[in-house]
Design a protein. Structure first.
Ligand SMILES: C[C@@H]1N[C@@H](c2cn(-c3ccccc3)nn2)[C@H](O)[C@@H]1O
Length: 445
């Protein structure tokens, strides 16, 4: 039986409104981590920081006062938001998430609630406004990343140990509320907040505040999309309340990892955010270890959509406002595939077909069109398709060439689709036309 909660989930099941349907249809996003951490770029005094570049302030080799002075050098002279938006558009991203303020507390907008902002830098000017305008003009929605943790703010407390801490904590909550309202007031076209840095006790143990904040923001900007990471319930449970119900509008815990099967997402909307190296969000001058390839990223994107989720790929621009070559090449390569096959991604949902080894099924939302995205062509060249009961196959074609395929019926509701050639250097998309229902005539193959 369930526990009585005041600040747990307030909704059973997914949101069904138009704003959430829009978020769900976009499927592919671009994350941008940009801030002071791009100046050191993971290096300081000739030493290399092996952690995530945006966490360099926590490195023992980086004195806090040295980091906190970096704003005096932040001057992205090559920042070109129109170019950023054009590259994101060519990659096929339909929404973008930008770090307004990361854990270091530095604000990319001239907040009136803090001195530690772009207004105090040589650049002086707001960076968010031009970005949001350029991306919106390119037809890309913008969501704002906001870190609750704020290493710069004098009132931030990881935990509340005494009355003084509690007083500081209260002042900090007012500060957070003011900055979020300020962001909504300055940037009314944004579609959501992406909260981070909500794991400390001071936040986890005040579920009431996180609940009231979420409702306050929704009242200021109805339809806002906010993930589960903002929320705690009054017992300190995060993401899922003490009755196991998802809080927020989608499961926001998939950071640098993907669900394995449809059972892992429990019917909830969800989103995965992914780094190109193993674990770098902000710019790091020396990427160590494995750097993901175009095909590897395409497989993560396709797998996410096949399991009813969104996939967001992260980019870490340099301090001067340009992207590193590897990231530019990824945007180009991903974009080339998306240009031809984006139909299988946008409005993509879980197909409800039995998963096969050759790749992933994606159903165009609310239709009988099911895409097969093939990553692993078997030695036989024949792709097995087992249809759910009462579903028949009425057509199959290669999406890119529109070439018709003739599936071979090999058993009850089971087919082989023979691919013309067994080699490809990028995923092949096949469009299946199906019919489902009691008395439909047998499939036409
Ligand atoms: C979206 C990503 N979330 C931030 C993060 C948080 N953490 C983290 C690290 C240790 C404990 C708890 C959380 N690691 N990375 C990263 O800095 C980036 O912003």
């Amino acid at each position: 039986d369930t526990i009585a909660l005041i600040h747990g989930a307030h909704r059973m099941g997914n949101r069904t409104d138009a704003d959430m349907a829009r978020w769900r249809s976009l499927r592919f996003g671009q994350f941008i981590h940009w801030g002071l951490y791009a100046i050191p770029g993971g290096e300081w005094n000739g030493k290399t920081y092996n952690g995530a570049a945006e966490w360099i302030r926590s490195w023992k080799e980086m004195p806090h006062e040295d980091y906190d002075k970096l704003y005096r050098q932040f001057n992205p002279v090559n920042f070109n938001p129109q170019q950023w938006a054009a590259q994101a558009k060519s990659m096929g991203a339909k929404y973008m998430i930008i770090t307004t303020k990361h854990h270091d507390g530095f604000c990319l907008w001239p907040s009136k609630y803090s001195k530690y902002t772009i207004a105090s830098s040589p650049w002086k000017k707001d960076l968010l406004g031009p970005m949001i305008e350029a991306y919106n003009k390119a037809g890309i929605d913008v969501h704002l990343y906001f870190s609750i943790i704020d290493w710069n703010h004098p009132d931030y407390r990881a935990s509340l140990k005494n009355a003084a801490d509690s007083a500081a904590g209260k002042r900090f909550q007012v500060f957070v509320k003011n900055q979020l309202a300020e962001l909504l007031q300055r940037y009314p076209t944004i579609k959501g907040f992406w909260f981070d840095g909500t794991w400390d006790d001071s936040w986890k143990n005040d579920g009431a505040f996180s609940d009231e904040l979420e409702q306050y923001l929704q009242s200021l900007h109805p339809g806002l999309v906010m993930g589960s990471r903002l929320r705690a319930d009054e017992k300190g449970a995060r993401h899922f309340d003490s009755n196991g119900r998802l809080m927020g509008d989608y499961e926001q815990g998939w950071e640098r990892k993907l669900p394995a099967t449809i059972d892992d997402v429990h019917g909830n909307d969800w989103e995965a955010v992914m780094t190109v190296p193993e674990n770098q969000w902000g710019y790091h001058a020396k990427w160590a270890g494995h750097v993901k390839t175009v095909n590897e990223i395409l497989e993560m994107l396709v797998k996410s959509v096949s399991l009813n989720g969104n996939f967001v790929l992260n980019f870490g621009p340099k301090a001067d406002g340009t992207y590193r070559t590897e990231e530019q090449q990824l945007m180009t390569g991903i974009g080339q595939w998306m240009k031809v096959n984006g139909d299988a991604i946008y409005n993509g949902t879980y197909a409800g077909f039995e998963k096969q080894d050759w790749g992933y099924y994606i159903r165009k939302a609310g239709t009988d069109s099911v895409y097969m995205v093939v990553f692993n062509i078997p030695v036989s060249g024949s792709l097995r398709v087992k249809l759910p009961a009462r579903t028949s196959l009425t057509g199959a074609s290669v999406l890119q060439s529109n070439a018709t395929l003739t599936p071979e019926l090999i058993g009850r509701n089971e087919y082989f689709i023979h691919l013309p050639n067994k080699t490809t250097d990028s995923p092949v998309v096949i469009l299946l036309k199906t019919v489902t229902g009691e008395n439909k005539e047998k499939g036409s193959f």
